[in-house]
Design a protein around this ligand. Sequence first.
Ligand code: TPP
Ligand code: SF4
Length: 298
Amino acid sequence: MAGSSAQVPSVVGTPLPLVGKSTTKPTWCPGCGDYGVVAAVEMAVKRLKIPSHNVVIVSGIGCSSNLPHFLSSYGFHAIHGRSIPVAEGVRWANHGLTVLATGGDGDGFGIGAGHFVHAMRRNVDLTYVTMDNQIYGLTTGQASPTSMMGQKTKSTPTGVIENPLDPIALALACGATYIARGFSGDVKQMADLIAGGIQHKGFSFVDALSPCVTYNKINTFDWFRQRVYKLDAAGHDPTDIHKAWEKALEWGDRIPTGLFYTVDRPTYEDLEEVLAAGPLALQPAGLRGKDRLLDEFI
Ligand SMILES: Cc1ncc(C[n+]2csc(CCOP(=O)(O)OP(=O)(O)O)c2C)c(N)n1
Ligand code: SF4
């Protein structure tokens, strides 16, 4: 995808373009929260000066999952709920790359929930940004795993009767090593959180509260503005897992945003013998110890 103008010098002196907007314009409804998220992703990767050819953004299916089209990095628009396994595959083929996965709450916490859980448990070094609008936007307004109890939607005309999933608590329980919540109404804070996630070594999760202005008339920008407060300003210590749990369970009149928890733990790439030898893409093809392996069966 083309369209970036900022550049960083390469070792051979040729300027390398940074990630910027692509020539494809977003198709989101005017006012959709996802505009704030794409701006924050762009700001974060630009600030870290990672050349666009080293950035891969993988998404699933949904309004939010169109995001990779709108930036000048490499992108892969996968299938519904499968952004994480594709992103893991990219990472394991070449863990010299900066890999982000993006998508909606339906994509990541519904059909893709199993992948989300296991990527966190593995501590794969990638950054996962969910545009959490608490509704299925692309399919025109059905309840999602994060829709609140009682909410009337196209698929729940008398109100949701299931308990909503808490993405921050789920991430804590599964061992994600960088867990944050942003809000599309504060792009700068979200860019800081995404940049922190990219710099963090391990699975980074940023749940972006990103209102769907067309199908969710409850969790609107105003609804969030009346409730959000910043964890760092409230003196939260993101290295304290007990405090992180306390904050993860807070939702309602007050909703915390910012970094809930971060910890250093070896990544999957550190611990996996073949990957520890360097990016697969740079290793000779073939199976090491192949003859020994075959000998056992002859
Ligand atoms: C296997 C499969 N099942 C269902 C769908 C239909 N589908 C497309 S997007 C979507 C949910 C969209 O909601 P979300 O992931 O929250 O993203 P949003 O559109 O709200 O950004 C569904 C159910 C599909 N494309 N593929
Ligand atoms: S339907 Fe909702 S999520 Fe989809 S583009 Fe419109 S406002 Fe955004």
